[in-house]
Design a protein around this ligand. Structure first.
Ligand code: SF4
Length: 278
């Protein structure tokens, strides 16, 4: 299904700009694939030894420009750990000068020079989302590695002290599902509101051998770009291409058009209203 979609998208003329979106849309950018952690459930198959495969500053600037033109409302930077990169600050400065920008991180590296550089590009359009799976070390470290919880919590506190708006994302796992109340209480004790906490189920992708099966038939599209291509959704693993929309990252408009046509075709087949982008 994806291969058909991909090849047909290559042959069609890209749509006119400014015509695709009349609604809120998110763009996800995978800045890199290497990470200081090796989480057992990592969809991106990231680790300290994973090849970097960086998207690069030039691509990020061009994609942000095109996203603004197309009517995207928000951009999310993810990886891998974005703060491994030396040029992540320029990427965030550029993106947040043009649109609402959130960077996802485990926050463990955000101290000293890295934090100073992030503070230097702070503005009201830029927020930080930190991955936290427990209100104590055990339910968090079970999947993310021993000693990671305390370093992440220290990172959250440093970000808050520096004035950043911090949200939390959590993955529900067998190790923390009985401790979600503790997680919520701890998150509230950090001064982070319920609306700024996103809990998602485990997905059977990448390193994870357990969790929900996810794919184009179950996920609402959220346009995602990596150095390898454009994908249906950020829950993509580099080792499987079933959610790839295009191998080309030169034209975001063309990839969006491809996704729109796919949604229309699925709705026509089912005789239902078309799903929209989120
Ligand atoms: S889940 Fe996030 S923090 Fe963990 S290895 Fe993957 S990219 Fe790194």
């Amino acid at each position: 299904m994806v291969q058909q979609t991909k090849s047909s998208s290559m042959q069609e003329t890209a749509p006119e700009k400014n015509t695709l979106f009349g609604r809120q849309s998110k763009l996800w950018l995978y800045t890199n694939f290497d990470c200081n952690l090796t989480c057992r459930y990592c969809v991106a198959e990231s680790s300290p030894t994973t090849p970097r495969r960086a998207l690069g500053l030039d691509n990020v600037q061009r994609l942000v420009d095109e996203a603004v033109e197309l009517g995207f409302q928000k951009v999310f930077f993810t990886g891998g750990e974005p703060f491994i990169l030396n040029d992540i600050y320029e990427m965030l400065a550029y993106a947040s000068s043009r649109m609402k920008t959130t960077v996802l991180t485990n926050a463990m590296l955000l101290r000293s020079k890295r934090l100073e550089k992030l503070c230097a590009v702070a503005n009201e359009n830029l927020s930080v989302q930190v991955s936290l799976d427990g209100g104590s070390a055990e339910p968090h470290d079970a999947y993310r590695g021993e000693g990671s919880w305390i370093k992440t919590v220290e990172g959250i506190r440093r970000l808050q002290a520096a004035g950043f708006h911090v949200s939390i994302s959590s993955t529900e796992t067998p190790a923390n599902s009985d401790y979600l109340d503790e997680l919520h209480a701890f998150r509230r004790s950090l001064g982070i509101a319920d609306d700024d906490h996103f809990v998602r189920p485990l997905a059977r992708r990448g390193f994870s051998q357990e969790g929900m099966d996810v794919g184009m038939d179950t996920l609402v599209p959220e346009v995602t770009v990596t150095v390898d291509g454009i994908y249906w959704h950020p829950l993509v693993s580099p080792s499987d291409a079933d959610m790839m929309v295009s191998t080309q990252i030169a034209s975001l408009a063309e990839a969006v058009h491809c996704i729109e046509r796919h949604l229309t075709a699925v709705a026509a087949e089912a005789g239902s209203k078309r799903t929209e982008f989120t």
